[in-house]
Each structure stands twice: as structure tokens, then as C-alpha cells.
Design a protein around this ligand. Structure first.
Ligand SMILES: Nc1ncnc2c1ncn2[C@@H]1O[C@H](COP(=O)(O)OP(=O)(O)OP(=O)(O)O)[C@@H](O)[C@H]1O
Ligand SMILES: [Mg+2]
Length: 328
């Protein structure tokens, strides 16, 4: 750190060393003026080429972290590097390589969606005016806004505004996309579309860093994830490893649910819940073949016996010992 002078940051090389993470923070901390410790000693490592889910409940410090990464606010202490450069010092060199959508994109309500993008594109000195219309049309198409492009942005729904903000981040090819809650305000179909878009971007080699307070919603597209709670990092790593930490749920399908529930409790299954012909619970620390045998021996007609894979949300609950709720 300390190589980049403030006077000529855009002259500097922003290409990270091979193998160097696209984002790396060390003990990154933000205490707001009011005293709120929003981010507390964060060590985050985002590998190049990953789709990285930055997950945590409302108020866990996601947006605050993203603002520090983008050079919008100064950390109280600790360091952040983006594309190999220290932030916020190298903001001017780094930001041209980063497409960002940060909480509630700034839009001109009196302009149409298309004109908002034209305006946005015009503000980018690197954007060739001759190809502007094509660029804008293709960004609108990618986020599914072509049909609504002529409508004034103030008449857009939250989901449409979100799509427009995303389109703005997609005007230029970038090495890194930072999307703060990109599925906010979207219906399930819209969320599917965003996931497909993220997959497509990632397949072009763009690193995508996206935040969400809906763990399982976004985890579906992520190769890696970090989970925050109350400003602290709970865990990070490849998604498959994160949910492997939590045990899945045992699900027994049977026409004899009451009897099955009784036997399962006897067998050490915790938190047993019965819904119609399904009995679910936390599997005990023993051979599940024995649990199954006990059901059969007791005359329970077992039609299905399986352990559902743990979700990231299960993992979160297991790690924090609490639900995925807003902290005070
Ligand atoms: N400008 C600010 N001044 C003071 N406190 C703030 C400010 N912005 C955020 N906070 C506080 O910092 C904490 C983290 O907020 P932040 O917006 O980073 O969370 P988040 O994870 O993005 O939440 P959400 O999922 O709701 O977007 C919260 O307790 C919040 O109240
Ligand atoms: Mg936020």
C-alpha cells in the first residue's frame, strides 16, 4: 500500500496481479458519526471471476461496506483494495473499471428510462457518443426494459427502477460489477431474470459482487459468499462449503405422521414438525439407517425418507444461533 499518489491516479495500472483477489479488505471498520459501529474489523476476500454473494440481514453493514469499497465514504480504520488498488485513494483509477448499482439509483424522474441512460452514458468521458444509442438500447434489452424505455422514470415501479440502475451499470464492459441488492423490489420472475443476467455476465469473466438480505435467493447464482451479522463477518468461502457446515433436515413422508413423529422423537430427532403426510426435524447424530429401521419396526409406512440439503439460511442460523432478523 502507499504506491499510488493522489495527483495522477488514472495513470496507474489497475490490473491486479495474477491470483490477486479483486476485492480484499483487512480489518475494515466503519463507525458512523452517531457512534453506530456499522462494519467491524472486516476481512473480505473476493476471488477474480467469482460471483460473490455478500449476504446478511437488514442493517448488517452491507451497504456501508460497499460504500467504502467504492470510495464513497472513508473507513474509520482498516484497509480496502479493489482491483489491486487502495481505496478510497485510488478511486479515480479504479471506478472506470467497475459497474456499480448502489441502494436506490439516482434517476431523473422527469426523463424516460432511455433518456436517463443516455444522460448517464454522456457523463462518461470514455463513452463514444457515436455508439451511444446502440449501447443504451442493448443495456435496456439486457434488463428487459425495452418496452418501457419511453416511460418517465418517475412512473417506474421499484423493480423497474432497479432494472434501470442495473442497465446503467451495464453500459460498459467492466472487470467488476458491484450490485447492492439488485433484486430489491423485483417479483420472483424478475429475480430469475437477474440471476440469469448475473450468470451471463460471469460467464464473460466479469467478477460480480452482489449483496442481498435474502440469503437463499442470491446464493443460487453465487460461487462464493460471505455472511454478515451486526457488522461482523460470520463466514466466507465457496458456497458449497458454507452450507455443508449446517446439517440438513430429515423429511419422512408417511400416511402415519403422528406415530412417525413419536418414533422420530424417541430416536433423538429434534424440532419435529408435522404437515399433512410429512414429518420433518433435525436429524440426530447417529446412523440414519437405524432411525429408518425404528420407524419400520413400529409399523410406520415409510414412503419417503430423506435429508434435505441445508440452505445458506440454515447455515446462518446454525452459525449465529439466531434467526435471520434485523438487529436493533
Ligand atoms: N449514514 C449513516 N449514519 C449512521 N448510521 C448509519 C448510516 N448508514 C447506515 N447506518 C447504520 O449502520 C448499520 C449498517 O447499515 P447498512 O446500511 O450498511 O446495512 P445493510 O446491511 O446494507 O442493510 P439493508 O439490508 O437494510 O440494506 C445499521 O445499523 C444502520 O442503521
Ligand atoms: Mg443495504
Amino acid at each position: 500500500m502507499g504506491e499510488v499518489s493522489a495527483e495522477e491516479p488514472e495513470q496507474r495500472e489497475t490490473r491486479a496481479e495474477p491470483g490477486e483477489p479483486v476485492i480484499a479488505t483487512h480489518a475494515l471498520t466503519k463507525r458512523y458519526r452517531g457512534g453506530q459501529l456499522a462494519v467491524d474489523g472486516l476481512d473480505l476476500t473476493v476471488p477474480a471471476g467469482s460471483v460473490f454473494g455478500f449476504l446478511g440481514p437488514n442493517g448488517s453493514g452491507k451497504t456501508t461496506t460497499i460504500r467504502m469499497l467504492m470510495g464513497l465514504i472513508e473507513p474509520t480504520s482498516g484497509t480496502a483494495r479493489v482491483l489491486g488498488q487502495p481505496m478510497p485513494r485510488a478511486t479515480r483509477a479504479v471506478l472506470p473499471h467497475v459497474g456499480a448499482l448502489i441502494e436506490g439509483p439516482a434517476l431523473y424522474g422527469f426523463l424516460s428510462g432511455r433518456d436517463n441512460l443516455i444522460r448517464y452514458d454522456s457523463a462518461d468521458p470514455a463513452a463514444d457518443p457515436r455508439t451511444r444509442r446502440v449501447r443504451v438500447a442493448s443495456a435496456l434489452d439486457r434488463v428487459g426494459l425495452t418496452a418501457a424505455a419511453g416511460k418517465k422514470a418517475k412512473a417506474y415501479s421499484l423493480g423497474m427502477k432497479q432494472r434501470l440502475g442495473l442497465a446503467a451499470a451495464l453500459l460498459q464492459p467492466r472487470r467488476l460489477l458491484v450490485l447492492d441488492e439488485p433484486t430489491n423490489g423485483l417479483d420472483p420472475q424478475g429475480m430469475r431474470e437477474i440471476r440469469a443476467l448475473v450468470r451471463e455476465l460471469a460467464s464473460d469473466g466479469t467478477t460480480v459482487f452482489l449483496s442481498s438480505h435474502l440469503l437463499d435467493e442470491i446464493a443460487q447464482v453465487c460461487t462464493h459468499a460471505a455472511v454478515m451479522a451486526q457488522g461482523r463477518l460470520i463466514t466466507q468461502g465457496p458456497v458449497a462449503e458454507l452450507s455443508a457446515g449446517a446439517r440438513g433436515r430429515l423429511v419422512v413422508t408417511t400416511p402415519d405422521p403422528a406415530e412417525a413423529a413419536r418414533i422420530l422423537k424417541e430416536q433423538g430427532v429434534a424440532d419435529v414438525v408435522v404437515t399433512d403426510d410429512r414429518v420433518m426435524g433435525e436429524p440426530p447424530d447417529r446412523d440414519l439407517a437405524e432411525v429408518n429401521a425404528a420407524l419400520v419396526t413400529a409399523g410406520v409406512r415409510v414412503r419417503g425418507f430423506m435429508v434435505e440439503r441445508a440452505s445458506l439460511e440454515d447455515a446462518f442460523v446454525a452459525l449465529t444461533g439466531e434467526g435471520f432478523d434485523v438487529a436493533g
